[in-house]
Write a protein that binds this ligand. Structure first.
Ligand code: ADP
Ligand code: ZN
Length: 748
C-alpha cells in the first residue's frame, strides 16, 4: 500500500503531500513518523490519502512510513477536510492546520495520558472461599495472593494501586491471579475535568421565556428544524436576555440527540456564564480555553471524541472540538475581535463555524447587541436570518445617557478627570447605597511622557510606540506592545532637562485622582495589572457584586456582559480614546464598546444613568451609542463603507513584510510591489484589485523588527487566493525578509 503524507513542520512554499509506502492498517488521518531528507532523520506528518497504486519515477525507491504516533489523535475525515479548508482559506501550511485542529500537546511523544487499573474478581464468593481453603495444586498458597484475594472477596473489585499497598502484595501477585483466571484487570483512562464540581449543584429548572424571547426562540427553532445548513443572527439589545434564548435552543438541540458548540470571547471574562451552563448540563459539558493545563485540554478533547459530551463551551479554538453530529454552533458576542486568530492559521471562528455547519447541516447562531457590520449586512440581505430582540427583559428600561463636554470643564477650571456632573452623581449613588462602574479604555498611570523643554516623547527602544508610566511597585515605564520595562528617568534622555511631564491618564491615575476627590468612596480597580493570577478576576467580580466596593473602575474588563443588579450609574471617563485610530473599524469598535458599557447600568428594577465624558460631544458615534441606537449607527456606517469600498463591499488582504534590517525591508517592499504589479498586469489582469502601499505599518518597529505593508482591496475567491499563495511561495526565497498575508484582517 501507499500513502500521501503532509509533513507537519515545513515552510509554505514546499508544503505538499509526499508519497510513502505503508502497511495495510494505515488509515487517512493517522499521525505518522516518516523518514525525510538525506541525513536519515525522521519527521512527523499526517497521512491524508491511502492508495493501492503509486507512480514511482525510475531509479527511486519509495521510503516507508516508520511508525504511527498518537493513535488516539487520528484525524477524522471531517478534521482532514477542515485542515484542507484552513490551508486553502487562510494560506497556512497543512501542518499548521493540523496543529490547530488538535489540542496543544497532542503531538508530543510523551503523551499525557493517565490510566487507572481496577482488579475485578471473576469468581463468586464461594468459589474464592474454596480456593483459599483448598490445599494442593488447585489451591492458592502464596501469602501475597491470598491477602489480595481476601481483600477482593468482600469488595468484588478494587484499584490495583490499592491492592499493591496491602502488606506483602506485589504486582507479580496480582498478575499471577489474573493469569489463573481469578480476576481481570480493567484499564480506564483517567480524565481530568476541572469543571466537574459544577455538576454537583445541577440546575435543571425550566426556562420560562418572555413573549418577545419566545418569538425569537421560535424563529431559531424553526430554522433548526429544517435540518439544513442555516445561519441566524440573534440581535438583542443589552439586557434582553439573549442567554436564556440561547439556552432554550441548546436544550432543544440536545434533546434532539445532537451536540452543540458555544463560543464565548474570553472565558475569564464570563465566569458567570460558564458556571450557569456547567450547572445546567452537568457532566455532559466540556470547557475549552487556553488557561487550562495541557493535560486538562487533552482530556477535554478526548471526552468529546469518545462521545461523552453534548455541549462544548470555549474560546476561539473550541470551534474545532471533535464533536459528531453537531446540531448548532453558537457564537456569543459575535462582533468580538478575539474570534479572529492573529497567528497562522489566521482564521475567523465564524468562517469555521459556517464550514462545519455546512458539513453537519447545522444551525449557526450568532448573537450580539452590536453585531459586526459585516454580519448585520448579511442579516439584512438575507444570507442570515435576522432574529431581533428589541426589548429589555422584565420591563427594565434602557439607561438614560448624558454627554458631558470635557472642554467646558477645562474652561471652568476643573483639572480633574471627573466632571462636576459625574462627581455629583457618584455622590448620589453612595447616598442611595447603590454602585457605579467607571470605565476607561487605557491602563497604566499616564499614557505618555514628554519633555517640556525639547518635546521629546519617551519611546520603547524596541518598538515605535510611546511608553506608559505605571505607578505600582515604585513606578516604571512600560511598553504595552512588547512588555519592555525600564525605570523612570529623572531627566529627558534627549536634552537632559529635568522637565519630564506625564500626559494623558490611565486607570491608575484615575484611581488616585478619584480617591483624592471622593475619599469617602471605596474603589476597586480592575485591569490587566490587577487581575493577574487565575482567580483574581472572579474574586473581584464576586466582591463587587457582594457590595464590597462602591465603584468598580477599570478597562473594558468592566464592560463585558456582567450582571450587577445594584449598579445604577455607569461613567465613561473618556469616550474618545478609541476614536482616533486610523482603522476603518474604529467607529464600529467605539460604538460597540460604549454600548456595552452603557448597557451595564440599570439592568434590574432601577433605572440606570450613564455619563459619557468626551472632548467631542458632537461626535455621531458617541451620540448614537448613548441612545443605544445600533440601527442608525449601522445605516450610517454601511453607507460610508459602500461609498469608500470597505468590507462588506469588498474583501481585504494585508501583506506584511518583516525584517531586522531597514534597508533590506525597503528593498523587499520594492520587490513585492513589482511582483504584485506584474501579476496584475499579466495572468491576473482581470481581477478587480485596488492596491495600496507599500507603506510603513502603523507601528513601524515592533519588538526590534521593522514592518512594511501593502493593503489590497479585492474579492476573495479561489483565483485571488491562488495569487496570494503564489506571492507567499515566490517570496519564500528571501532569507532576510518574511512575508505574511492576512486575509480580511480585523485591524488594519
Ligand atoms: P443580555 O445578555 O441580552 O444583555 P442577559 O442575558 O444578561 O441579557 O439578561 C439580563 C437579565 O435578565 C439577567 O439577569 C437574566 O438572568 C434575566 N433574564 C432574562 N431573561 C430571563 C428569563 N426568561 N427568565 C428569567 N430571567 C431572565
Ligand atoms: Zn516595546
Amino acid at each position: 500500500m501507499f500513502c500521501e503524507v503532509y509533513l507537519l513542520d515545513t515552510p509554505y512554499h514546499i508544503d505538499r503531500p509526499f508519497d510513502y509506502s505503508c502497511g495495510a492498517s494505515l488509515t487517512p488521518g493517522n499521525i505518522v513518523r516518516v523518514p525525510f531528507g538525506r541525513a536519515g532523520g525522521t519527521r512527523l506528518g499526517v497521512a491524508v490519502k491511502v492508495k493501492d497504486e503509486c507512480e514511482i519515477p525510475e531509479g527511486v525507491t519509495l521510503k516507508s512510513v516508520s511508525a504511527v504516533v498518537s493513535p488516539i489523535f487520528t484525524l477524522t475525515e471531517e478534521m482532514l477536510g477542515l485542515c484542507r479548508f484552513l490551508k486553502e482559506f487562510t494560506l497556512c501550511t497543512f501542518g499548521e492546520a493540523v496543529r490547530t485542529v488538535l489540542p496543544p500537546g497532542a503531538l508530543s511523544e510523551s503523551l499525557n495520558v493517565r490510566y487507572r487499573k481496577t482488579a475485578r474478581l471473576l469468581l463468586d464468593r464461594e468459589a474464592v472461599a474454596t480456593l483459599l481453603t483448598e490445599t494442593g495444586r488447585r489451591g492458592i498458597r502464596s501469602e501475597g495472593q491470598r491477602t489480595a484475594l481476601r481483600f477482593l472477596m468482600d469488595l468484588g473489585a478494587a484499584e490495583v494501586d490499592i491492592l499493591k499497598q496491602l502488606p506483602g502484595v506485589t504486582p507479580a501477585h496480582i498478575s499471577a491471579l489474573r493469569d489463573k483466571g481469578v480476576l481481570a484487570i480493567d484499564e480506564d483512562e483517567e480524565i481530568r475535568n476541572p469543571y466537574a464540581d459544577y455538576a454537583r449543584t445541577r440546575d435543571t429548572s425550566e426556562i420560562v421565556l418572555s413573549r418577545a424571547q419566545m418569538a425569537a426562540y421560535e424563529t431559531i427553532d424553526s430554522l433548526y428544524s429544517e435540518n439544513e445548513p442555516r445561519a441566524a443572527l440573534l440581535y438583542g439589545i443589552t439586557g434582553s436576555g439573549k442567554t436564556k434564548v440561547i439556552m432554550k435552543a441548546i436544550d432543544r438541540t440536545i434533546a434532539d440527540g445532537k451536540s452543540v458548540i458555544m463560543l464565548v470571547p474570553e472565558i475569564s471574562l464570563t465566569p458567570q456564564t460558564v458556571s450557569i451552563f456547567c450547572r445546567r448540563y452537568g457532566e455532559r459539558v466540556a470547557v475549552i480555553h487556553s488557561s487550562l493545563s495541557q493535560g486538562e485540554r487533552l482530556d477535554a478533547w478526548r471526552r468529546i471524541r469518545r462521545g461523552d459530551v453534548d455541549l462544548v463551551i470555549g474560546t476561539r479554538s473550541a470551534i474545532f472540538a471533535p464533536l459528531d453530529n453537531i446540531g448548532m454552533i453558537v457564537i456569543d458576542e459575535e462582533h468580538e475581535h478575539t474570534y479572529k486568530s492573529e497567528s497562522d492559521p489566521k482564521y475567523h471562528a465564524r468562517d469555521i463555524a459556517s464550514y462545519r455547519c455546512g458539513k453537519h447541516k447545522a444551525l449557526m447562531l450568532l448573537a450580539s447587541a452590536t453585531p459586526a457590520v459585516e454580519s448585520f449586512y448579511k442579516a439584512k440581505t438575507g444570507a442570515y436570518t435576522l432574529v431581533p430582540l428589541r426589548e429589555r427583559y422584565g420591563g427594565a428600561r434602557l439607561p438614560k445617557a448624558v454627554i458631558v463636554d470635557m472642554r467646558e470643564e477645562l474652561r471652568l477650571g476643573n483639572p480633574s478627570p471627573i466632571s462636576q456632573r459625574l462627581y455629583n452623581m457618584l455622590t448620589d449613588v453612595k447616598e442611595n447605597e447603590n454602585q457605579a462602574i467607571l470605565f476607561l479604555n487605557r491602563r497604566g498611570y499616564s499614557s505618555h511622557i514628554s519633555c517640556k523643554e525639547c518635546g521629546e516623547v519617551l519611546e520603547c527602544p524596541r518598538c515605535s510606540v510611546s511608553l506608559t508610566f505605571h505607578s505600582h511597585g515604585g513606578g516604571a515605564m512600560l511598553c504595552h506592545m512588547c512588555g519592555y520595562r525600564m525605570p523612570t528617568p529623572r531627566a529627558c534622555p534627549s536634552c537632559s532637562a529635568e522637565a519630564l511631564s506625564f500626559l494623558g491618564f490611565g486607570t491608575q491615575k484615575l484611581e488616585s485622582e478619584m480617591s483624592k476627590y471622593l475619599p469617602e468612596m471605596t474603589l476597586m480597580r480592575m485591569d490587566a495589572d490587577t487581575t493577574q493570577g487565575k482567580l483574581a478576576y472572579d474574586r473581584m467580580l464576586d466582591d463587587f457584586r457582594a457590595g464590597r466596593a462602591d465603584i468598580l473602575l477599570g478597562t473594558q474588563m468592566v464592560a463585558k456582559g456582567h450582571d450587577f443588579p445594584r449598579v445604577t450609574l455607569v461613567g465613561v471617563a473618556l469616550a474618545d480614546t478609541s476614536l482616533h485610530v486610523t482603522d476603518f473599524r474604529a467607529a464600529e469598535r467605539t460604538f460597540s464598546l460604549l454600548t456595552q458599557v452603557i448597557g451595564r447600568a440599570g439592568r434590574a428594577s432601577e433605572e440606570g444613568v450613564a455619563v459619557i465624558q468626551t472632548f467631542q460631544p458632537n461626535n455621531e458615534t458617541i451620540r448614537l451609542a448613548c441612545r443605544q441606537d445600533y440601527d442608525s449607527f449601522y445605516e450610517g456606517e454601511i453607507a460610508l463603507r459602500r461609498e469608500l469600498s470597505y468590507p462588506p463591499f469588498c474583501d481585504m488582504a494585508q501583506l506584511t513584510l518583516t525584517a531586522d534590517d531597514e534597508a533590506e525591508l525597503s528593498r523587499a517592499a520594492d520587490t513585492l510591489s513589482a511582483m504584485v504589479k506584474a501579476k496584475l498586469d499579466g495572468e491576473y489582469a482581470n481581477l478587480p484589485f485596488v492596491v495600496y502601499g507599500p507603506f510603513e505599518a502603523q507601528i513601524y518597529k515592533l519588538n526590534e523588527k521593522y514592518r512594511m505593508r501593502m493593503m489590497v482591496k479585492c474579492k476573495l475567491n479561489a483565483r485571488s487566493r491562488k495569487m496570494f499563495s503564489e506571492l507567499l511561495t515566490e517570496f519564500a526565497k528571501d532569507r532576510k525578509v518574511t512575508l505574511a498575508v492576512d486575509l480580511n484582517p480585523l485591524t488594519v
